[in-house]
Design a protein around this ligand. Structure first.
Ligand code: UDP
Length: 512
């Protein structure tokens, strides 16, 4: 047997996972981490997504190749123009308006044909057929692909079990909750059936549940696809939300595996800095600046991948940060991707005023790396789950500024359940102002920014207690991902589950 034959036959004995992420940074980034983590566990991984998304993660692809990680990045053509979306709109943050989210989601099933065409091509280097498919839960069409391959379909859930359970309860008690929020003078009602007193607002009850019939139809398709999944991977860890994990498992009656925080997997700083997209700042300059700051003194301000605040809101935020007297890094995307008159001039002027104490990143920041630096002590966040978990994983306290959807429940989880954050006190969802042409909306005034940041970074005994909780959670997160930890075991259980399935259906999925 030639050495190539030996290599080939050893590959056919290995498990092969097919990963299909949603094209949205908050879903794509953890799936890329998952692909790398699986490959590090000697799993062959095919990661299938669209050209624009592959381009964004080019540094990660190159690094995976350089370190011989067994990951194949496969390009699936996404014919967005055919469904009326602008050319190149292959990720949620690239949509010119959130009005286009439904056409975007409906178009996802167009990925099925190119994926199946790819899977029909005989493998040249001897990789076996996939033994399982891990799909973002919004890719409902992958049910049929997994069925035709006769392999388990596992779904990857972006949010926490806390959110998934709240969402499930809200769906179940919709009529009752709608009546309760309508009758309440403050527009809130309690969500029953949880061990913590969690309030939900009209926004959560109404907008988490789609009222528009097309959206409802899409969500119903997702629900049915989710029911048929063989198991669920959650980017969270047991110690963070033990009750919620257990309860969610009972509800699902199928395996629910913790695999996070996935952001902790990658220790190579250059690779980690390129998560999602190439960074807009030179890492050397960033680190030199961070290294000059005192431990735990810096506040990071960032609102995720697609939120764009109004010009008026940015001005309030800037003045508040300036008045807080704290060193900060502020990630400002708006000036890069939307040419609002005066925006760049204002930020340049502001940058000069705060020189030495404040750093502005225009565009994409290496967020997980910044959060992991010892100088960073606080995070002003929109409460997207990835950002929240990245802060929890690095023991950083949060000032919570939710904008919409799951972010309000994530805020409650951080502030009321974990007690490691302070809220700005926002109750109404934010219009995604810039894109709606609404340039005046201000949710948080400068004096409130100053007050909350001072409380976050100081805050007396209560502040100390929050920081102690955050550090404790950070340690638990790291332990969960280390060999023998709960999320490490979770991933082993996923691999064992797939391996067992393959053994039962011996031969059926081994290389053709
Ligand atoms: N992110 C980043 N740099 C940025 C903005 C975002 O690395 O400048 C990453 C962030 O670390 C997180 C993801 O993008 O992993 C955003 O996901 P999240 O769920 O927090 O928010 P979303 O973008 O989905 O609203």
């Amino acid at each position: 047997m030639s050495s190539e034959d030996v290599e080939c036959s050893s590959k056919t004995k290995r498990l092969h996972f097919l990963l299909i992420p949603l094209m949205e940074q908050g879903h794509m980034i953890p799936m890329v981490d998952l692909a790398r983590l699986l490959a590090a566990h000697d799993i062959l991984v095919t990661f299938a997504t669209t050209p624009v998304n592959l381009n964004r993660i080019r540094p990660i692809i190159d690094q995976a190749a350089a370190s011989s990680l067994p990951i194949r990045f496969v390009e699936l053509r996404f014919p967005v123009v055919d469904v009326g979306l602008p050319e190149g709109c292959e990720s949620v943050d690239l949509l010119p308006s959130m009005e286009l989210i439904l056409p975007f989601l409906n178009a996802l099933s167009l990925l099925r044909d190119p994926l199946e065409a790819y899977l029909r091509i005989p493998d040249k280097v001897g990789w076996p057929k996939p033994a399982c498919l891990i799909s973002d839960n919004l890719h409902h069409w992958t049910v049929d692909v997994a069925r035709s391959l006769n392999i388990p379909r596992l779904i990857f859930h972006g949010p926490s079990c806390f959110f998934l359970l709240c969402d499930l309860l809200i769906n179940r008690h919709r009529a009752e909750l709608e009546a309760a929020v309508a009758a309440a003078s403050d527009g809130f009602t309690m969500l029953r059936g949880l061990p913590h007193p969690i309030r939900v607002s009209k926004h959560e009850v109404i907008t988490l549940l789609p009222s528009d019939p097309d959206k409802s139809k899409f969500m119903e398709t997702i629900r049915v696809a989710e029911e048929s999944a063989d198991g669920v991977l959650v980017n969270s860890f047991i110690e963070l939300e033990p009750w919620y994990f257990e309860r969610y498992r009972e509800e699902k009656s199928k395996p629910v595996w913790p695999v996070g925080p996935l952001s902790l997997y990658q220790e190579d700083l250059d690779v980690k800095a390129a998560r999602g997209k190439a960074s807009s700042i030179d890492n050397k300059i960033l680190f030199q600046w961070l290294d000059r700051q005192e431990v735990g003194s810096v506040v990071l301000v960032s609102f995720g991948s697609f939120i764009r605040n109004t010009m008026a809101q940015r001005i309030e935020l800037g003045h508040g940060l300036e008045a807080s007297g704290r060193p900060f890094i502020w990630v400002v995307k708006e000036v890069v991707d939307k040419q609002v008159p005066g925006a760049e001039e204002w930020i340049t002027d502001f940058e000069k005023r705060v020189e030495g104490r404040g750093m502005i990143i225009r565009g994409w920041a290496p967020q997980a790396v910044i959060l992991g630096h010892v100088a960073v002590g606080g995070f002003v966040t929109h409460c997207g789950w990835n950002s929240t978990l990245e802060a929890l994983a690095t023991g950083v306290v949060m000032a919570t500024w939710p904008h919409f959807y799951d972010q309000f429940l994530n805020e409650r989880f951080v502030v009321e359940v974990l007690k490691s954050g302070v809220a700005f006190g926002i109750v109404e969802p934010t219009n995604l102002g810039v894109e709606n042409g609404n340039e005046v909306e201000v949710k948080v005034k400068r004096e409130d920014v100053k007050r909350v940041v001072e409380n976050l970074m100081g805050g007396g005994e209560a502040g100390e207690e929050r920081r102690r909780r955050a550090r404790e959670l950070g340690e638990q997160a790291r332990t969960a991902m280390e060999e023998g930890g709960s999320s490490w075991k979770g991933l082993q259980d996923v691999i064992n589950y797939v391996s067992e399935h393959q053994r039962k259906y011996q031969g059926a999925n081994i290389s053709s």
